[in-house]
Design a protein around this ligand. Structure first.
Ligand SMILES: [Ca+2]
Length: 332
């Protein structure tokens, strides 16, 4: 940590990379019993509750081990069994998400967001703005392997303008991950953002993209504090003045993810359930991917922000075993 940092002035977040998950590694894993119970639950009369109790209380890694044990025992692919038994609907989508290895899942989600009528930019942002360099590299490798073309190529052809530049920059996976804080460069960056934004007629987007895509996440938090100190305005507010549309959403995603991760995801979840209907694909992705990382914190942030529990929000917007499974994943 830099010598300039005054503890009172800048309080580093506790455990940025460790959150409170709602699904944790089992203390004692009894795969043979689980496999037997699952087989019974997938019988002539299916028992969804048993499936939820077994699948939604395990980590992705454990679920994949379970699938392997199932294959050994019954010579059947567990995921295919789920698909056969539950061919459609949100419960089915959720089971598929849970049984897919994490990087593969991110990769599929990005592919589907890009290869549909009208690209779903929110999916790209929610994934690419929040993965580590290593995660991004893994996803890129999977993408080539699964689809025979690079993610970069697909991003280039399906996005445009400043958003494309920003996403390609994230895809380079060159963000500083040192966690080293430097007040001097934070001040320089904050001044540059001021010059490139509010001080300028028009906006120099590349300055914003460069700083927000390359600086480490803790440093971004410091930059935003310096920005507010220098200008008297919050960086978030000025981003909203200078940008609009997708590029604004992307810049806000990075800023919010860096400054308050759990609140950022609480907002993402809220955006899937507000309005008419529910964006179940994104709701499923957010719950499935965050339950092993920081869903406990997201629940807290959600309740603080929206004045009701995430549990009641999910109950209000989903139903049946799909709802029960989501609640199990968030530890309710
Ligand atoms: Ca301006």
């Amino acid at each position: 940590m830099g010598e300039f940092i005054d503890e009172k002035y800048y309080t580093p977040r506790k455990n940025f990379f460790n959150g409170n998950p709602t699904v944790v590694k089992s203390e004692k894993l009894d795969l043979s019993q689980d496999v037997k119970d699952l087989h019974k639950a997938l019988g002539f009369i299916s028992n969804k509750q048993t499936i939820i109790d077994i699948i939604c209380t395990k980590t992705n890694r454990e679920r994949l081990e379970l699938a392997k044990a199932y294959k050994t025992c019954y010579d059947r692919d567990l995921l295919e069994e789920f698909k056969r038994k539950f061919p459609k609907g949100d419960f089915s989508k959720l089971l598929i998400a849970l049984m897919t290895p994490t990087y593969e899942y991110y990769c599929n989600e990005i592919y589907n967001a890009l290869n549909r009528a009208g690209t779903d930019e929110s999916v790209l942002m929610q994934i690419l703005c929040t993965l580590s360099n290593n995660d991004i590299n893994e996803v890129c490798q999977k993408y080539v392997k699964n689809y025979g073309k690079t993610l970069e190529k697909d991003l280039r052809s399906d996005t445009s303008g400043n958003l494309r530049k920003l996403l390609l920059s994230l895809l380079n996976a060159t963000r500083d991950e040192s966690m080293i804080l430097d007040l001097y460069t934070a001040r320089v960056d904050a001044m540059e953002l001021k010059r490139a934004g509010v001080d300028k007629w028009g906006t120099d987007t590349s300055t914003f993209t460069r700083i927000l895509c390359l600086r480490n996440l803790d440093q971004i938090r410091l930059i935003s504090q310096e920005y507010e100190y220098i200008t008297g305005n919050s960086l978030e507010k000025d981003l909203k003045k200078e940008f609009s549309g997708d590029i604004l959403d992307a810049l806000l995603s990075i800023l919010r993810y860096a400054t308050h991760r759990s609140l950022y995801f609480a907002r993402c979840i809220q955006s899937t359930i507000v309005g008419f209907g529910t964006n179940d694909k994104s709701l499923i992705r957010l719950i499935v991917t965050r339950c092993e990382i920081d869903m406990g914190d997201i629940k807290e942030a959600y309740e603080d922000k929206y004045g009701k529990s995430l549990k009641s929000a999910i109950k209000g917007d989903t139903s049946g075993y799909y709802c029960k499974a989501l609640l199990k994943l968030i530890g309710e």
